[in-house]
Design a protein around this ligand. Structure first.
Ligand code: GAL
Length: 391
C-alpha cells in the first residue's frame, strides 16, 4: 500500500514537472542574451540599458521577453558552497537586476554550466544543482541556460535531468535551455528534460557560419514542437559581420526553423534596419505559429533552396533561399508551392483561390498571373518569404 502511494506520488510529481515544462515554452522563447555582443564584458549597466532598449525599441511589444546574462557573472563559491556574484561587474547583486527587469514587464535569465567550471572558467554547477536552483528561484530567475564545458566523463542526459529536477524542486517555473552543442544528440532525449537545446557549436557573426548552421538543421524538424525546440544558437543580426540582406536571411531562416529568437546585439545602439529586421511582425508570426512545426528543406538545386513550414489551419510559410553568390531569376509556380509539403504533394486538396498569399518582407499581396505564375529576382545570399493563409 505504502509502495503504491509512493509510486502514485512520483507519477503525480513527474506529471507536474511535465505540465509545467510544457506550459513555459509553447512557442519558441524570444529575448536577448549578452554573449554574442558583450562576451565576458557584460555588466549591470549594460544589462539595464538593454532592458530599457528592449522596451523603447518596440522589441518587447514585438514579443521579446527574456533578458539573459550569459557567462562571467559569477566569480567563486563561499564556504557554504553558495555561488558568489562578481561584484565588480554586478555591484548590486543579481536580485536587484532581476527586480529591475521584472519591473519593466520582462523576464530574467541567467547562465550556468553542468561541469565543474563554465567555459570562461567561472564556477560550474556540478554538485551544487539543488543549491543553485534554490538561489535562482530566490533571485527571480525565469530562464536558465546550462552549458557543457568541463564535464569530463559526465553523462549529458542525467546531468541535465538533475538540473531539471532541481529547478522543479525549487518551485519557480524556469525555462531550461540546454547548451551541449548537439554533441550528444539532445533532440533524441531532451524533449522531457528541457525546453530548448542547442543543436550545434557556437555561431559566429558571418554568412558562412550562419548558413552552415542552417545545413545542420535539415534533418531535425521532426524533433521540434511546442515546449521543446531545436536551438540553432542566438542571433547575430545587427552585429556587423553580415550585410543587411544576410541578416534578413539569417532572421528569416531562424523563423522558418521555429528557432528561439534570442537577439545578440547591442539593443541600445542598433540601426533602424536592424530594429526593422528583429521586430518584423510577419516573420515573427511565422516563428511563433502555434502549430510549432520546424520547416523542412523541400528542394535544393545549385545554391537555391525551397523551405516549407506548415502553419496552423492548413497554412504554410515558404522561404525561397538563394545561398549562392549570384543573383537568381526564379520562376515561381504558386500552385506548386501550395501543394508541395516536402514529403508529398497535396495535388488536388488545396487551391490558390482559397488563400491569402503574402510576400512577408514586402508586406504586400504576392504578385502572380492568373495561373499562379511569377518571375522574381533574388539577390545573392537573400530570400523571398511567403505565407499562405486560408481565407
Ligand atoms: C559556449 C556557449 C556560448 C556561450 C559561451 C560562454 O559554450 O556555446 O553560447 O554561452 O560558452 O562561455
Amino acid at each position: 500500500m505504502k509502495k503504491r502511494l509512493v509510486i502514485l506520488l512520483c507519477v503525480l510529481l513527474s506529471f507536474g514537472a511535465f505540465a509545467q515544462k510544457f506550459d513555459l515554452a509553447k512557442t519558441p522563447p524570444m529575448g536577448w542574451n549578452s554573449w554574442n555582443k558583450f562576451g565576458c564584458k557584460v555588466n549591470e549597466k549594460v544589462v539595464m540599458k538593454v532592458a530599457d532598449a528592449m522596451v523603447s525599441s518596440g522589441m518587447q511589444a514585438a514579443g521579446y521577453e527574456y533578458i539573459v546574462i550569459d557567462d562571467c557573472w559569477q566569480i567563486s563559491r563561499d564556504k557554504d558552497g553558495e555561488i558568489v556574484v562578481d561584484k565588480t561587474r554586478f555591484p548590486h547583486g543579481i536580485k536587484y537586476l532581476a527586480d529591475y527587469i521584472h519591473s519593466k514587464g520582462l523576464k530574467f535569465g541567467i547562465y550556468t554550466c553542468a561541469g565543474t567550471k563554465t567555459c570562461a572558467g567561472r564556477p560550474g554547477a556540478l554538485g551544487h544543482e539543488y543549491q543553485d536552483a534554490r538561489t535562482y528561484a530566490r533571485w527571480g530567475v525565469d530562464y536558465l541556460k546550462e552549458d557543457w564545458c568541463n564535464t569530463t566523463t559526465q553523462d549529458a542526459k542525467s546531468s541535465y535531468t538533475n538540473m531539471r529536477d532541481a529547478l522543479f524542486t525549487a518551485g519557480r517555473p524556469i525555462v531550461l535551455s540546454l547548451c551541449e552543442w548537439g554533441s550528444n544528440k539532445p533532440w533524441e532525449w531532451a524533449g522531457p528534460v528541457g525546453h530548448l537545446w542547442r543543436t550545434t557549436g557556437d555561431i559566429r557573426d558571418s554568412w558562412d557560419s550562419m548558413i552552415h548552421i542552417v545545413d545542420l538543421e535539415k534533418d531535425l524538424s521532426k524533433y521540434a514542437g511546442p515546449g521543446h525546440w531545436n536551438d540553432p544558437d542566438m542571433l547575430e543580426v545587427g552585429n556587423g559581420g553580415m550585410t543587411i540582406e544576410e541578416d534578413k536571411t539569417h532572421f528569416s531562416m531562424w523563423c522558418m526553423l521555429a528557432a528561439p529568437l534570442m537577439a545578440g546585439n547591442d539593443l541600445e545602439n542598433m540601426s533602424k534596419e536592424t530594429m526593422g529586421i528583429l521586430t518584423n511582425a510577419n516573420l515573427i508570426a511565422v516563428d511563433q505559429d502555434s502549430l510549432g512545426k520546424q520547416a523542412i528543406c523541400a528542394r535544393e538545386v545549385a545554391g537555391y533552396e525551397i523551405w516549407i513550414k506548415p502553419l496552423v489551419k492548413e497554412g504554410k510559410a515558404v522561404c525561397l533561399l538563394n545561398r549562392s553568390d549570384e543573383e537568381k531569376t526564379v520562376h515561381i509556380d504558386f500552385n506548386y508551392l501550395l501543394t508541395e509539403n516536402g514529403d508529398y504533394w497535396h495535388k488536388d486538396k488545396y487551391e490558390l483561390k482559397d488563400y491569402y498569399i503574402t510576400d512577408l518582407w514586402e508586406n504586400i499581396e504576392a504578385k502572380m498571373d492568373k495561373s499562379g505564375l511569377s518571375t522574381v529576382k533574388i539577390p545573392p545570399h537573400s530570400v523571398k518569404v511567403y505565407s499562405f493563409i486560408k481565407k
